[in-house]
Structures are given as C-alpha cells and as structure tokens.
Design a binder for this molecule. Sequence first.
Ligand code: DUC
Ligand code: ZN
Ligand code: ZN
Length: 497
Amino acid sequence: MASFDLLILNGLVVTASDIGHYDIAIKDEKIALLAPKGSLAETQAKKVIDAEGGYVMPGGVDAHVHLEEPPLFGKGRSSDTYETGTRSAICGGTTTVITFAPQSKNDPSLLSVLESTHQKAQNNCYTDYSFHILLSNPSPSVLNEFPTLRQKGISSLKIYMTYEALQLRDNEILDVLLTARQNSITTMIHAENGDILSWMTNKLEEKGLFEPKYHATSRPQLVETEATNRAITLSELIDTPMLIVHVSSPSAAEHIRNAQTRGLPLYAETCPQYLFLTRSHLSLPSFHGAKHICSPPPRTSADHPQIWLSLRNHTFTILSSDHCPFHYFDTENGKSSVRTPEYPLGRFKYIPNGIPGIETRLPLVLSAMEKDSKKLSLTKFVEVTSTNPAKLYGLYPRKGALLPGISDADLVIWYPPNTLEEWPIRNEDLHHNVDYTPYEGMMVCQWPRWTVLRGKVVWEREGEGLVGEKGWGRFVERGESTLGGRRGVGEWDVEAF
Ligand code: DUC
Ligand code: ZN
Ligand code: ZN
C-alpha cells in the first residue's frame, strides 16, 4: 500500500529561510517529509509530480483581499464573489486568503457581521480563508465584542483614516488600539488624511477638473505621509503592534523605517500596484485611466526602486494584492457607473476605488525577479508573500511553512528558472470575474505550474487548468500574531506619561 498521498520530486524547495534540492511527501493533507532529492521512490505514493528543477514554495498567503463587499469606497460593488475571487487566487499560486468582514457605521455588532461573512464564504471557496474585521463604528458595545472575536479565531482588524463611510477620528482610533492591545489583536490601518484629500478634491472640482487622472493629484504623497506618521504616533502611545496597509510612498516608508529603528512594533505592507503601475496609467485616453484608480494611487516610476528596496531591507513585512475588483464597463456597479451625459468622464471622487490583482500578484513579482535578480532574493519572496503574512496574522506554521507533521500541504510549484519565453498578461487568461486587468500587456516569464491545497492539486497549468473544487477551501481559525514584536505588557496606564 502507498505510504503517501502525493510526492513532489526533483524540485528546488524554497522557504523563507532555506533553498535546497528536496523531495516532498504529503499525507493526510499535511507535509509528511522533506527528504534529500532522489531518496523517495515513486511507488511510495498514489500520485507523483515531477517538478523538474522548478521552484517549490509554500502556497501564497494573500492577506489583503476584498470580496463581496457593499459599496464602501465611493460607488460600486466588488465584482468577485468568494467563489470567483478564490478561484482566481489558486490559478496564481495563492492558497490562503484573508478577506474583510465589513462593518457599516450602522451595524451595531461585529458578531453578526462576522456571521454574515461566513455565510458568503462557506462552501464557496477554492482557497483556505479567514477574515479581518473591517471596523467603522467602535462603539463601547462593539469594543466589548473583541474577546469573542478572538474565541472565534479572528485576531486582526482594519480601520481607516479616510472615506466618509469608514473614517475614524484619532480618539476613536485610540479606543480601538487600546482594546486591540488588551485582546492581542493586530490593527491594520489605511493611512491617508481624509480631510486633506477631500479638501484637495473640492479645489480640483472648483476648477472643473473631474477626470480620472485627478484622483492622483488629489492624493499627493504628503496625504499618505502625514497619516502614516500620525498612525505611528497613535500606536506608540498605546504601545501596541500596527500594520500600515498598502504603502505606496517612499516618504511614508521612511517614517515606518525610523519607527522600526526606534524599536516600535510597526509593520507595513506594499502591493504590486506600487511596483508596476504609475500615475500616468490614470491618464490613459477617454475613461481608461479609471481602471487604475486605487488608493493610495500608484506613484511614479522614480518611486519604484525605493519600494523594492523597502521590501529587501525589511521595512515592508508583507506583499499583498489589495484585490478590490470592479468591472470597467458595468454602468451600475462598476467603474463606468459614474459616467453621465453631464460628466462623460465621470467625477474621480465617485469612481469605485480599487483594482484586481489576486492572480497576478505572485507571477508578476517572481517574473520581475527573474529578469533582474537584484530586485528580491527567492527566500525574501517567500517571506513577504507567504511566511510573514502567516506569522503576522496568526496562521503560522500551519500556513507559510513546510514543517513536516505540522504545516498544511499547501504548495506552489513554478517552472525551472529562465525556461519560459516571455508572454503578455491578458485578461482573457485570468480567472477572476472582472472585465479587465490593470496589468494587461505586461510581460511575465513565470506562472504557477501546479498549485496544491492541503495535498490536493487544484491548478495544473499544462493539464486541465483549474482542477480545484469550490468548497474545498476551509475557514482557518487564527491565533495571536507571532510577529507581534514588542507588545506592551500589563495594563495600559495613562498615569505613566
Ligand atoms: N483601501 C483598500 O484597502 N482597498 C481598496 C480601497 C481602499 O482604499
Ligand atoms: Zn485601504
Ligand atoms: Zn484593500
């Protein structure tokens, strides 16, 4: 009888800490064994994959994904469901996603928000999944629910310093941080100064400047830099870990780095849009610039090297997609919903804010690394796209690692380096439910050859393609962050100041 369910032979295994030629054996959904190359016999398993010198890595963990959300960022509704978004994820090598359970200002309970998000995801996912709470109303009764959230396997939340429907004042942010500290919850924060960018928007509109490219003008780097610095100050006051999401600006990264140098438990995320897109994409003819509207906006190509460097030098802890999909042509819920006879190019302040990227996140970055090996090392790639998100959000070592007997058998298997001819990304080849990709035409030279989720092959590029099943993905309970850094100890004491 076969001892294992699956063997992955002849690959170059890359984790966040090591690279080596190992064979991998999988049993009962877990990594069972890593053995020297050539030491496992094909007959020992029911199924064998010959990875032929391709990279074998822990499956991607995308910790910033929006699915089936109501309008929160201006007009528009996410076009991807849990089914279509997670389907797209596995075809791009991501095996676990953390999406948002969104609270509207008039939702009195986070527990009911969590329950309704479970309903949307249950039996519909192709990847394993969890949720961050998206918190917009930190009332005393809501804050009292934090211990119950922890019991239900939720250990992170996101708050906003902008957007009418979401923005918190500094005193509200402090309330959240203090309660998060008491419950060992990690706070993620969207750092843009909502008041400055609304004021800038009004000034642009007064001059009759409505078209998509003015979205970037309304949000200069200062808007992000000020808010980042303020967020750091608030987390320092409460002495609790915080992650700044989707950092786009070198100047914001500098504040984060300084805070880290001072020993603060400050973490940061960036996304492919800040490595590959620029604000000039927002100036595409007609309304096409709207396809690239996200917040913060893409910056300039002169800023990209600093974003890569901030990944290399540990300023950025994770690299997520911030997949926030809206159709382009949909005139009801998509980008085009803001076009009217009076405003044929819309008003940028109403354009649904977000772009898709769950499937392209890993291939874009790995391809860029293959073209220029100075960009990131392979171990760093695994660290920021899989291991660190798993550690930061309490999934490690079940996810983000290949520890025998402990880690789930979630793997992404690539091609051997420099073996594929480059080809352009085309939306028609992707598996999301979006009618465009902001990366259309960009050249890649790597793509997942196989994706494996808990021992089951769910994507085989050269076979049937998508072979995973909707519903195979499961909710994963999360514990405390193991990248929590220095957490304040004991009761926070106002008299200590
Ligand atoms: N922030 C996000 O995190 N995602 C989409 C829109 C936004 O502003
Ligand atoms: Zn955000
Ligand atoms: Zn987001």
